[in-house]
Design a protein around this ligand. Structure first.
Ligand SMILES: [Zn+2]
Length: 304
């Protein structure tokens, strides 16, 4: 979307110059709009350059600090600079609609937080109850619906991804069936990221499908931190405190995919019991207390 804006503005700019018909004022406003939209993320660019070893450090008699120490100092100061900005968290729930979806819908309203759900069309067509859960999601402005494929690969991931065209068609079917508005997907069984110039693959066998989706305008998102709960008992596999400190570590050490943005993965069926729902409610309260801002995946990443 950014590139479309960029093109329309620069094209207009160009015609102004050639035909001499544009007013200076118009152009200034356009440029301002462009600068506002494409604001350069200074901190992030510097952070990326440091991570990629693209910065040049000098050691001489006036500056007798080792390169290693200079790097460490810069990293610390960048970390502090990021800490001065808001902390963004993306609560993402996969595999819905399932038993548990209704509770997620209610909690989003009760806590007034943005929630992202990656949906499976096959699940929505399983029963009237699941269809109703889907409608709840669709009618809740605090919930954004995204694509997690129609069949969830029938849980046979290698076979699914070995036929990239068929896999791609499965995502397209899901988009049509669920009338999804955003071209945002998460691949079942894979933690793959592909958006802008980012390309991170966990298992090679999903990469052809991901490339095809990306070429066709989809943004693919994995996750930074996952939380598992026993769906029958609602008891967390990792205690809530451990999960919270996991999130804090990613935020404080800037070890998430993009600093200050933590993508947090859960699954709808984890919240079908009262116990599971209480755990989630408590976790959201703790994040709120720590000043986290809840965001939609369509706004990822928020850059500084
Ligand atoms: Zn899934």
């Amino acid at each position: 979307m950014g590139s479309v804006t960029l093109c329309s503005v620069s094209c207009k700019d160009f015609s102004n110059k050639v035909l001499g018909s544009g007013k200076e004022g118009d152009r200034d406003t356009l440029n301002e709009k462009l600068i506002h939209k494409e604001k350069v993320p200074v901190l992030l660019n510097k952070w990326d350059s440091l991570q990629r070893n693209q910065l040049h450090f000098v050691v001489d008699s006036l500056h007798p600090i080792s390169v290693k120490q200079q790097k460490r100092n810069l990293k610390d100061s960048l970390r502090r600079a990021f800490d001065a900005h808001p902390k963004h968290i993306y609560l993402t729930f996969d595999d819905g609609p399932l038993i548990g979806s209704a509770a997620i819908d209610s909690l989003a309203k009760e806590k007034n937080i943005k929630v992202s759900v990656f949906l499976i069309g096959k699940h929505a067509n399983m029963s009237k109850g699941r269809k109703r859960d889907l409608e709840k999601y669709e009618n809740n402005p605090l919930i954004a619906c995204y694509n997690h494929s129609y069949t969830h690969a029938n849980n046979q991931y290698s076979r699914f991804y070995n036929n990239a065209e068929k896999a791609f068609a499965d995502f397209e079917k899901n988009e049509k069936d669920l009338n999804l508005k955003h071209k945002i997907v998460r691949l079942p069984g894979r933690n793959i990221w592909m958006y802008d110039d980012v390309r991170k693959i966990d298992l090679k066998n999903g990469s052809t499908t991901a490339d095809m989706l990306h070429k066709n305008g989809y943004r693919i998102f994995g996750w930074d931190v996952e939380w598992r709960l026993n769906s029958i008992t609602g008891v967390p596999v990792q205690p809530q405190e451990a999960t919270l400190s996991h999130i804090h570590n990613f935020m404080n050490n800037k070890s998430s995919m993009v600093p200050n943005n933590v993508v947090f993965l859960m699954h709808d069926d984890m919240f079908q019991t009262k116990k599971g729902q209480q755990e989630l409610s408590a976790l959201i309260d703790a994040l709120k207390k720590d000043g986290y801002q809840f965001e939609f995946m369509q706004d990822y990443p928020i850059k500084y």
